[in-house]
Design a protein around this ligand. Sequence first.
Ligand code: TA6
Length: 293
Amino acid sequence: MLTFKETLPGFDTAIVSNRFSRAEVSLYGAQVLSWIPEGGEDALFMGSKAVFERGKAIRGGIPLCFPWFGPRKDDPSLPQHGFARTLPWKPLSFEDEGERSTLVLGLTDSPETMRLWPHPFAAALAISAGAALELTLSVTNTGEEPLEYTDALHAYFRVSEVTAAATDGFEGIGYVDRAEGGAQGIGEPRRGTAGSGGIPFGGEIDRVYGTGERRRIVDGGGKSRITVWSEGFPDTVVWNPGRVKGPAIADLGEGEWSRFLCVEPAAAGTNRIRLEPGATACQRMRIEKEGKR
Ligand code: TA6
């Protein structure tokens, strides 16, 4: 089933639901705000002070970073993480297949996007709610020159306490550390390889891991597990601002820095996606949740 509600004036939310799950998707940014598997709790985190304002990003859910991830290297004055998350998308289609219900949203170039990124394109994000939540991003180069982009599905997963959360799928994988100014391109980013002890949350973690396969978050000592699968994303960004930077983030409520963990399928580093004229790239993420919490 598909219904719409106006979250705030000018901010329409699509509600995609069936007997397996319910997803709320903001047309502003094509951003999944919530995904609740039947009988369980929301798998996604939304900041209690999240701002719904034109030109600003919504803190939580699954923001789409496109056509660049992080600051634009050649012009850091441009919006961080691109423009896809701060523009209105159009509903293109909806299909109920019993097992899953799929809403497709679209965004194409406009004078506004051309000023920021001079490439004609057509993007579609298919959001499919069922026993799993699946997001498929397709980007077509509708121009006459090749284009390149970086991107991420910047998912904020809800955890009961990040310092007690565990991850797997990163053991032995190399990463680039973007913390301590590295994300802003200040100084040489450090590199490392994940050990078997998991990722130590509590301090700032902002890492680009060179893996695009299965990753898992284990919350509350095993009370719930979130598994993130993907295709077409060569990297995974893992981010939590930690106990020093977290409280300084204005659109997070008190203590909320420790209630989420971002695990983001991405083409974030040197792994840019290149499209020849007329070509389409397709990337997919699937999220599964076990456990009620
Ligand atoms: O994905 C990690 C990251 O790029 C961090 O460096 C951090 O800044 C975060 O995204 C949030 O970015 P935002 O622009 O949404 O505040």
